[in-house]
Design a protein around this ligand. Sequence first.
Ligand code: AHR
Length: 501
Amino acid sequence: MRAVGTVHRDYKISTIDPRLYGSFVEHLGRAVYTGIYEPDHPTADENGMRQDVIDLVRELDVPVVRYPGGNFVSAYNWEDGIGPKEDRPVRLDLAWHTSESNQVGIHEFADWAKAANTEMMLAVNLGSRGLDEARAFLEYVNHPGGSYWSDLRRKNGREEPWNVKLWCLGNEMDGPWQIGQKTAEEYGRVAFETAKAMRAFDKSIELVVCGSSSPKMPTYPAWEATVLDYTYDSVDYISLHMYFENHAGDTTAYLAQNARLDDYIETIASVIKVTKAKKRSKKDVYISFDEWNVWYHSNEADRKVLEGRDGWPHAPELLEDIYNFEDVLQVGCILNTFIRRADVVKVGCLAQLVNVIAPIMTVPGRPAWRQTTYYPYLFASRYGRGTSYQLSIDCPSYKTDFAEAVPYLDVSAVESDADGALTLFIVNRHETDAITLDVALEGFGARQVIMDKVIAGHALKAVNGPDSQAVAPADGSGIEVEGGRITGEIAPLSYRMIRLG
Ligand code: AHR
């Protein structure tokens, strides 16, 4: 089987916004407590933050982290998380049926973000609260001083504003599970007025309005059309969320699901275009894909807590999916889709970062460890920044219930800003056959392989754990670059990253 194609210097898709490789920390399960924050942990810093987790986040080079939710934000009072820790209230978190101690709030998270070398992307509560809370929070976070909220921040120990650029106007407001769910009309109005107030404070902030919480929602994509009708000229991004599952145990269909992702992105990009034309607007709105991941392994285990049968536990194990080798391939395909759609998808958040459907896992008191999916995320984040290129590849394909022709080889190409290297990210979804890659490199000059990483040869259900890193990248071999062509065998069911310098 062969995949023959071309990557041409003149056929660029787009510059990639580095924030495409962002992530997400929600007050949910053990993401915060015993995830990023564990004062008794041997590596805890002076703020109680786990240094071993910070080190992994730095290794991943996460550009932006969305916080504090997610569903949690829709009934959150951000003021509960400021001031002396001993005075902070314990609240019942209605989203996840747990207790929230508020020992971590905006100050602690901001210090953590700085230590982890990332930027904050903050969400305001448009569920149980609204415009007034949003303007107060923004003033607290971004105003230098001389006003009620900014002086309160200074009194609480933070002199300088944090100058957070990126703000989400609520979370998944179409979802019946959301505290304060709204119709598209209701949300469109509230989002517009909140955006107006936030922009009256600072025109330069970037605002993300909620799209549907999934393309499976009955109101999709009319929701986007209505919401953008209200907010188009006031926002910069519309959010998309999508989770992937393989409950059916059908690997071939599972690994084709980024075809659905493509449709989803294309549909919303079209809604954006239509709205722009309708409004005679000169500005563009882009996509913030601020929740995506594989999420299904833990569904059954989570029921007890979510149904309230455990009362209101603080930081229980929730959404602790343990990822396998099959999920490496899935995450590789999803990231390839984002790279290929970097023209419209500017922000992306792998949901989530620590313990909760996450690439980084912790055990209290013990070292943090890397899930299988850590690696495709690591490679895309570190080597997938720069310019994405169109690839025209002729490759055998297969049919699924939802797509006519899914190519066995899923490939994206990025030329790095930092060192000019051309990186190919490749997933072979064929269960038994290797595929010969044969791609002409037009206009890239003489190149040689400077890095070749492969994740292959594992049982599909192989996982990592606190004491084993069975699924990890190895050095690849056998790739040749000669006469302006890159050629080599791509093993069945494999993830591959090849860098040409
Ligand atoms: O990431 C987990 C949850 O998934 C988020 O809280 C919510 O926004 C989505 O439904």
